[in-house]
Design a protein around this ligand. Structure first.
Ligand code: FES
Length: 276
């Protein structure tokens, strides 16, 4: 059993959980994920590790309550425990370039935060563009302010930071200096990552994306995370979750991702008693 040691609201519909998981924490690296099951009968759900503390033996997950399991998890409290957790899984991120620009959309900042912390710890300059639809959906703002040398914040409706999208800022940064960064690392909803890739492709700036959002069971068996990268079939949970964004066929993966929406909605309605 894996106890919830701490729970706090990060943003509207997004909760941070600190789990007691010493064996996972001992090996966790930025970019990796865990699979959790709430109980013996529960589905396996993958979540990117957004922080870990080897000394305390804890790992931190930021989870958006959008499906049946995550809505059930949201009802659990500190002191409660989930049935199992497997990990760390997936390949760790290697941000081994000199000048990297981090770009986060929505809850994608939970994936970028450990990267930002890691870059800071090895003495690199940390610059991030983070955005959300509304100020209520901005997570890890204080934490990012702490680790970033420069932080640009956008909201679609202008309720915080600059009004607009992260791509506006990314374009502006490269307009000012086309050699400003050797690489962009973008994490967020699929349309946001595709939009960032469209900007950087034209500029010829290598862009890594995290395909974590398309993972379903994280075991390499369901096929839900299948995607085409550079004309070759890959699985986000086994081969990734990070890939060269300019090689990813976003149209295909966004289409497949929508297959599960109806099924998931039925589970949510069963759970909440909601009728649609
Ligand atoms: S998430 Fe099921 S195969 Fe990757």
């Amino acid at each position: 059993m894996f106890e919830i040691l701490k729970k706090r609201k990060l943003a509207e519909g997004v909760t941070e959980y600190v789990f007691n998981a010493p064996k996972v924490a001992a090996k966790a690296m930025p970019g990796q994920f865990v699979l959790i099951r709430l109980d013996e009968e529960g589905e396996r759900v993958p979540f990117t590790i957004c922080d870990y503390d080897r000394e305390q033996g804890t790992i931190t997950l930021a989870i958006q309550a959008v499906g049946a399991s995550t809505m059930r998890l949201e009802k659990m409290n500190e002191g409660d425990a989930i049935h199992d957790m497997v990990g760390p899984l997936g390949k760790a991120t290697h941000l081994d370039v000199e000048k990297i620009l981090l770009v986060a959309g929505g809850i994608g900042v939970a994936v970028l935060y450990p990267q930002a912390k890691y870059l800071k710890s090895i003495g690199k300059k940390v610059v991030c563009v983070m955005g959300a639809r509304d100020v209520s959906l901005l997570a890890y703002l204080d934490e990012m302010k702490e680790v970033c040398d420069e932080l640009f914040v956008t909201t679609d409706n202008g309720s915080f930071g600059e009004k607009g999208f992260v791509t506006t800022v990314v374009s502006r940064i490269f307009e000012q200096d086309k050699n400003a960064y050797d690489m962009v690392f973008a994490v967020g909803p699929l349309p946001m990552m595709r939009a960032v890739c469209n900007v950087t492709r034209e500029l010829g700036v290598k862009t890594i994306v995290s395909m974590n959002p398309v993972m379903v069971d994280g075991t390499g068996m369901c096929g839900g995370c299948r995607l085409t990268v550079g004309g070759v079939t890959k699985y986000a949970c086994v081969d990734g979750p990070e890939f060269d964004g300019h090689e990813v066929d976003f149209d295909e993966v966004m289409n497949r991702n929508s297959y599960y929406r109806e099924i998931e909605q039925k589970h949510v309605c069963n759970l909440t008693g909601e009728v649609r």
